[in-house]
Write a protein that binds this ligand. Structure first.
Ligand code: SF4
Length: 330
C-alpha cells in the first residue's frame, strides 16, 4: 500500500446522489460530490455503501426508524412496527467492518440522522410513537463503530464544518500511514524500532491533540524491545484514540510557537519577525495555519533542527489543510 496514494473512503450511497432512499430519492451532498468529482479527484477514492439495500429491503421500501428504550432500540417500520430489519442491518455493519479492513478503507462518510447510517444523534421513538430521545446511532453504523473503533467516521454535517473536516482527514491520513507501517510486519525488533520512529514522527501532531507522545509510549510499551500483533493493534487503537481528541487553535498555537522558538536562532531578524507575526496572526484567528506552517517548513528544510526533524506535523497532507485553507478554521 502506498502512503501517498489516494485516500479511500466508504460513503453512504444516498450522499453521492444515488436514488437508494426509502422513497426512491437521494440526499446528494454538494461538497462531498465536489470533492470526489472535481477538486480532489485522484486524491480520493470511494466505495458506496447502502446497508438497507444490501439487507434486501429494496427501493422504494417502507420507512424505518429507531424504536425502543435508549441503548436497547431496534429499527422498526415507521408505519408497520412488525417490520424489523434490525438483525439484517447489524449483520451488514459487521460485514462492512471486515470488508473495509480487507479493502484498506481509510475512513467513512455516513448519512446523518439515518436509523441505519447515522453515527450519533439519531432520533429514537417510543412504542407509542413519541420521541424518546435523540442520542441513537444507526444500527449499521453502531456495529461498524463497535468492530472498528479506530476507523475515522464523519457524517455530512461534520464534513461541511471546516474544523471537524480537518480533524477527520487528519485522522484518516495518520491512520493510512499507520497501516502502511503495519504492512512491514509486527513481530521483530526491527518492526518495533520502526514503530518507535513512527511514534516519534507524530510527536508534534499528538501534542496538537493535547497528548504527550512520551507519556503515551511509556503507558503502552514501558520496558519493551519488541512487539507482536496484539501490541501493534493496541498501539493502533491508542494512537487513533489520541488523535480522536479535538485539536484546538490554542494547542496548534502552542506547537507553532515551540517550532518558531527553535527556528529563530538560525533566522535572519526580519524573517524571524515575519514568522512571529504569522504565528500570532494564526493564534488570534486571523490567518489559516498553513501560513506559519509553510514558513516553518521552508526554514527547517534549509536549517534542520531536532525538534522538527521528520515531523509529520510540518508536512500535512493537502486533505488535512483543506478545511483551514478554505475558511481560516483551526
Ligand atoms: S442513509 Fe444509509 S441506508 Fe439510508 S439510503 Fe442512505 S446509504 Fe442507504
Amino acid at each position: 500500500m502506498d502512503p501517498e496514494g489516494p485516500i479511500r473512503l466508504a460513503v453512504s450511497a444516498c450522499l453521492l446522489g444515488k436514488p437508494v432512499r426509502w422513497d426512491g430519492g437521494h440526499k446528494r451532498d454538494p461538497l462531498l460530490a465536489g470533492m470526489l468529482a472535481g477538486l480532489l479527484v485522484g486524491a480520493l477514492e470511494y466505495a458506496e455503501v447502502c446497508p438497507e439495500v444490501a439487507a434486501g429491503l429494496g427501493t422504494p421500501r417502507p420507512p424505518i426508524r429507531l424504536s425502543g428504550n435508549p441503548g436497547r432500540y431496534r429499527a422498526l417500520g415507521a408505519e408497520d412496527p412488525s417490520l424489523d430489519p434490525s438483525e439484517a442491518l447489524r449483520l451488514q455493519g459487521r460485514r462492512a467492518a471486515a470488508e473495509m479492513e480487507e479493502d484498506w478503507i481509510d475512513g467513512a462518510v455516513l448519512k446523518s440522522g439515518s436509523p441505519s447510517c447515522g453515527i450519533r444523534g439519531v432520533t429514537v421513538y417510543g412504542p407509542r410513537g413519541g420521541i424518546r430521545g435523540r442520542g441513537g446511532s444507526g444500527l449499521f453504523a453502531a456495529e461498524l463503530m463497535a468492530a472498528r473503533p479506530e476507523l475515522p467516521m464523519i457524517d455530512e454535517i461534520g464534513l461541511n464544518d471546516p474544523p471537524r473536516r480537518e480533524h477527520f482527514f487528519g485522522r484518516v491520513v495518520a491512520g493510512r500511514r499507520w497501516r502502511c507501517l503495519l504492512g512491514g510486519g509486527t513481530d521483530s525488533a526491527a518492526d518495533f524500532a520502526a514503530l518507535a520512529a513512527f511514534h516519534q514522527a507524530h510527536r508534534l501532531t499528538l501534542l496538537s491533540h493535547g497528548v504527550y507522545a512520551g507519556a503515551l509510549w511509556k503507558a503502552l510499551f514501558a520496558g519493551r524491545k519488541a512487539m507482536g500483533a496484539r501490541e501493534a493493534a493496541e498501539y493502533g487503537r491508542a494512537f487513533q484514540q489520541a488523535l480522536g481528541r479535538k485539536p484546538t487553535r490554542r494547542r496548534h498555537g502552542w506547537v507553532l510557537r515551540r517550532l518558531a522558538q527553535a527556528a529563530f536562532p538560525a533566522m535572519e531578524r526580519r524573517r524571524g519577525d515575519r514568522l512571529r507575526k504569522a504565528v500570532e496572526a494564526y493564534a488570534s484567528g486571523k490567518t489559516p495555519r498553513s501560513t506559519p506552517l509553510l514558513m516553518l517548513r521552508e526554514h527547517f528544510e534549509g536549517h534542520p533542527h531536532p525538534l522538527a526533524e521528520g515531523q509529520t506535523y510540518l508536512a500535512p497532507h493537502p486533505l488535512e489543510l483543506l478545511g483551514a485553507v478554505q475558511t481560516a478554521g483551526i
